[in-house]
Design a protein around this ligand. Structure first.
Ligand SMILES: Cc1ncc(COP(=O)(O)O)c(C=O)c1O
Length: 527
C-alpha cells in the first residue's frame, strides 16, 4: 500500500516509494480526432502582401463582413426570450416542447411530415451530425461521404473509430453523385450514407430525380441516410429547387440535420436539429432510443434560443431570405464571369449555398507543385486567401465564399487575374479559345444551342466547353508549328504561293481536328 490512511482519516504517502513523474496522455479519441481544414491551414504559410489589404474568401461564416445581418424579428425574439426570464433553466435533453413543435412545423412538407417527437435540438448542426453518426455507426464500421465534401463528417467519424469512404461527385455533371461509384463502395460494414444538398463546398443542389437515384441505392442495400440539409432552401432563383430528401421516399429511413446557422445567418447562436423521418418505423426498435440517449450526453441546445425559436421560424419575413439569396446569387454571377475570363482558372457556377469551386489548370502553372503552393503565393502576392481544395480532399481546386461584399469580391477576382497572368507559363491560346467558344461550330460539335454555354448557369457546360476549346486550340497550334517547321523561312513571304498553300493546309487540318474531336465526343456520349 503506497497511500495510508491515519486514524483521523487523513491520507499519508509512504515516503520509501520513489516519486512518480506526471505522465498524462490524451485519449485515443482525442488523438484520432483531427480537422483537415485546421491541419492544412496550420502547415500553410499564409502571409499577406504588406501593401495590400487581405481579402479572405475562405471562411464559411456569412456574418464576418457585416453585410449580411440577421432579421430584426430574430434579434427581438431573442431579447424577448432573455427578458421573459422563462428560459434560464435546463430544458429536456431533446429541447423544449414548443421549440420542437415549431421546428416540426417548419420542416414538414407534403409526404415529409414530422412531429415534435421526431425532433431533437442540438448545439448547431455539427452537434446534430455528431449525434446521428454516433447513433448509427460502430467503431470499425464505415459511412459513405461525398468527395469533395464537408470535412467534418470525417473528423467526427474517425475520432469515433468509424471509417469514411468517399463517393465521387462529378464536377462536369453539376456535381451530381457518381451513382455507380457510390454503389460500389457499400459493404456489409456500411452503416449510413451521408448526402449533402445543397452542398458545401460545391454549391449545387440535387434535383428530386437525382435524389431518387441515391435513395434507390440506399433502398437496394437497406442503408439509412444522413441528409445534411443545413443549406435547405438556399437555392438561387431559376437554378433548381430544394426538396427535403425525406419527402421523396416511403421506405428509406432518413435522419435529416439542419439548423439556423446558414439560412438565418446566425452561426454563432448554435441552434441545430435532427429530424427523424421514418415512415416504416425502422428506427423504432433501437435507433430512436439511441438518439435520445446520445442527446442526454450534454443537453447541448441553448435554452435562450429555444425560447425564441417559434417566433424565429414562424415570423422571419420571406424578403429576409430572398434578399440574402439574391446577394449571394449576384456575387456568384459576378465571380463566375470574372474568373472564367482568367486563363488557367475554371470556375464551376453554383446554383445554391454560399460557395464556388474553382479548378486551377495546374499544367499552366508549372511553378507551383500543387494547389497549396498556388494558394500560398496568391496570399503572399495579392493578399487574397481562398480555401485549397485539399481541405475537401479535392486537389487542384480552391473554394471561394460568396457572402463577401460585392466590391471586395470583384477586387479579389481582379487580383487573381493579375496573379494568374503573372504566373501563367503556358498560356492557353486564349483568343482562339474565346473565339471558338463564341463559334457556332463548337456548339454544334458539343450539341448545345448557340449562346447557351456562356450564359447557362450550369457549370458543366462551361467546364467541358473550355476544356474542349483548349484541346482544339492546342491541336491547331501544334499543327501550325509542325507545318511551319516543314517549310523554310524564305518561303514565308506574304502572298507567296507556298504561304497560301500552307494556310489552306492548316485550315484543312483544323477541320479534320474538329471532325476527330466531334467523333470522339459522340462516341463518348454513346458509351
Ligand atoms: C455542410 C455543412 N454541414 C454542417 C455544418 C455545421 O453547421 P453548424 O455551424 O451549425 O454546426 C456546416 C458549416 O459550415 C456545413 O457547411
Amino acid at each position: 500500500m503506497r497511500v495510508n490512511s491515519n486514524q483521523n482519516g487523513m491520507s499519508t504517502i509512504n515516503e520509501s516509494e520513489v516519486e512518480k513523474e506526471w505522465k498524462v496522455k490524451a485519449s485515443l479519441m482525442a488523438r484520432d480526432t483531427f480537422n483537415p481544414i485546421r491541419d492544412i491551414l496550420e502547415t500553410m504559410d499564409i502571409t499577406p502582401h504588406p501593401d495590400k489589404k487581405m481579402i479572405s474568401l475562405s471562411i464559411g461564416d456569412p456574418t464576418v463582413f457585416g453585410n449580411l445581418k440577421p432579421s430584426s424579428v430574430i434579434t427581438e425574439a431573442v431579447i424577448e426570450s432573455i427578458t421573459s426570464g422563462k428560459n434560464n433553466g435546463y430544458g429536456p435533453s431533446t429541447g423544449f416542447e414548443p421549440a420542437r413543435e415549431a421546428v416540426a412545423k417548419y420542416l414538414s412538407v407534403p409526404d415529409g411530415e414530422v412531429t415534435k417527437d421526431d425532433i431533437i435540438l442540438c448545439s448547431g448542426c455539427s452537434c446534430a451530425l455528431d449525434i446521428v453518426i454516433s447513433a448509427l455507426a460502430n467503431r470499425g464500421q464505415n459511412i459513405l461521404v461525398p468527395r469533395p465534401g464537408f470535412p467534418l463528417y470525417t473528423t467526427l467519424a474517425v475520432g469515433l473509430g468509424i471509417n469514411t469512404k468517399e463517393y465521387n461527385l462529378l464536377p462536369d455533371q453539376d456535381w451530381e453523385v457518381d451513382i455507380e461509384h457510390m454503389d460500389s463502395l457499400i459493404d456489409e460494414n456500411t452503416a449510413a450514407i451521408v448526402v449533402n444538398s445543397p452542398s458545401n463546398p460545391c454549391g449545387n443542389v440535387f434535383s428530386p430525380a437525382h435524389l431518387r437515384q441515391i435513395l434507390a441505392v440506399a433502398e437496394l442495400h437497406k442503408i439509412p441516410i444522413i441528409a445534411d440539409e443545413i443549406y435547405e432552401n438556399f437555392v438561387f432563383p431559376g437554378s433548381g429547387i430544394y426538396v427535403p430528401m425525406a419527402s421523396l421516399t416511403d421506405t428509406v429511413p432518413i435522419l435529416s440535420v439542419g439548423g439556423l446557422t446558414k439560412r438565418f445567418l446566425i452561426p454563432g447562436w448554435r441552434m441545430g436539429w435532427i429530424a427523424i423521418y421514418d415512415k416504416q418505423n425502422i428506427f423504432a426498435a433501437e435507433v430512436r432510443k439511441g438518439l435520445m440517449c446520445m442527446s442526454q450526453r450534454i443537453i447541448g441546445s441553448n435554452t435562450l434560443i429555444q425560447g425564441a425559436l417559434p417566433t424565429i421560424l414562424q415570423k422571419t419575413p420571406k424578403e429576409f431570405f430572398s434578399s440574402a439569396i439574391n446577394l449571394v446569387h449576384k456575387n456568384a454571377k459576378l465571380a463566375h464571369k470574372k474568373l472564367r475570363g482568367i486563363p488557367g482558372l475554371l470556375p464551376v457556377m453554383p446554383s445554391a449555398a454560399m460557395y464556388m469551386m474553382v479548378k486551377v489548370d495546374m499544367e499552366r502553372f508549372p511553378l507551383f507543385q500543387h494547389d497549396l503552393q498556388f494558394v500560398e503565393r496568391l496570399v503572399s502576392e495579392q493578399s487574397v486567401f481562398c480555401l485549397p481544395g485539399k481541405c475537401f480532399n479535392y486537389p487542384n481546386y480552391f473554394r471561394i465564399v460568396l457572402t463577401v461584399p460585392m466590391e471586395l469580391l470583384s477586387e479579389a477576382c481582379d487580383r487573381m487575374n493579375q496573379f494568374c497572368l503573372t504566373h501563367l507559363i503556358c498560356p492557353p491560346p486564349s483568343r482562339m479559345v474565346s473565339s471558338m467558344i463564341d463559334q457556332s461550330t463548337l456548339y454544334a460539335t458539343y450539341g448545345k444551342a448557340p449562346g447557351m454555354f456562356v450564359d447557362n448557369p450550369h457549370a458543366d457546360n462551361w467546364h467541358s466547353t473550355w476544356a474542349l476549346a483548349v484541346s482544339l486550340a492546342q491541336a491547331m497550334q501544334n499543327n501550325r508549328r509542325m507545318s511551319m517547321s516543314n517549310n523554310s523561312d524564305d518561303d514565308d513571304e506574304p502572298g507567296s504561293d507556298k504561304r497560301v498553300r500552307k494556310l489552306s493546309t492548316n485550315r484543312y487540318d483544323h477541320s479534320q481536328n474538329l471532325q476527330r474531336i466531334h467523333r470522339r465526343n459522340s462516341l463518348s456520349r454513346e458509351t
